[in-house]
Design a binder for this molecule. Structure first.
Ligand code: CU
Length: 151
């Protein structure tokens, strides 16, 4: 009987340990951040498949949504509502582009690198309006390091 209880407790610990391994990263949507006005902070997030990114509506007037062409094949697109917190679990490895619809041209974009991506070349070909072009170029530069490290 006691052995059975110990085994049950051990199995529960293993189950909890497995669940605890999936990480959750918070990204704030801000009017002003360390890198300027209208930003996701951090703008670049590196996670593992199964991890969740929670977009926090710290400041008003922002949303988070996927960018067409900047996600691996088969991944689901998403569109958050303005002023709303949005939690997305990323299961497929890849580079994911994120934008705030009202401030896309102001460069309010972000990048999620999940595991070891294979779609970065395709994602880099997508064109963007205004300042988003430079912001994504900078993020690809920074993500290059992350992608190389994700082995
Ligand atoms: Cu915004």
């Amino acid at each position: 009987m006691r052995k059975g209880l110990v085994l049950a407790a051990m199995m529960a610990t293993v189950a909890l340990g497995g669940a605890a391994m999936a990480a959750e990263v918070e990204v704030k949507m801000l009017n002003k951040g360390a890198e300027g006005a209208m930003v996701f902070e951090p703008a670049l997030v590196t996670i593992q498949p199964g991890d969740t990114v929670k977009f926090i509506a710290t400041d008003k007037g922002h949303n988070a949504e996927s960018v067409a062409g900047m996600m691996p094949e088969g991944a689901a697109t998403f569109v958050g509502k303005i002023n709303e917190e949005l939690a997305i679990t990323f299961d497929k490895p890849g580079v994911y582009g994120i934008k705030c619809k009202p401030h896309y041209a102001m460069g309010m974009v972000g990048m999620i690198v999940v595991g070891k991506p294979t779609n970065e070349a395709e994602a880099a070909k997508v064109t963007h309006p205004g300042k988003a072009k430079q912001t994504f170029a900078a993020l690809f530069g920074r993500a290059g390091v992350s992608i190389a490290q994700a082995k």
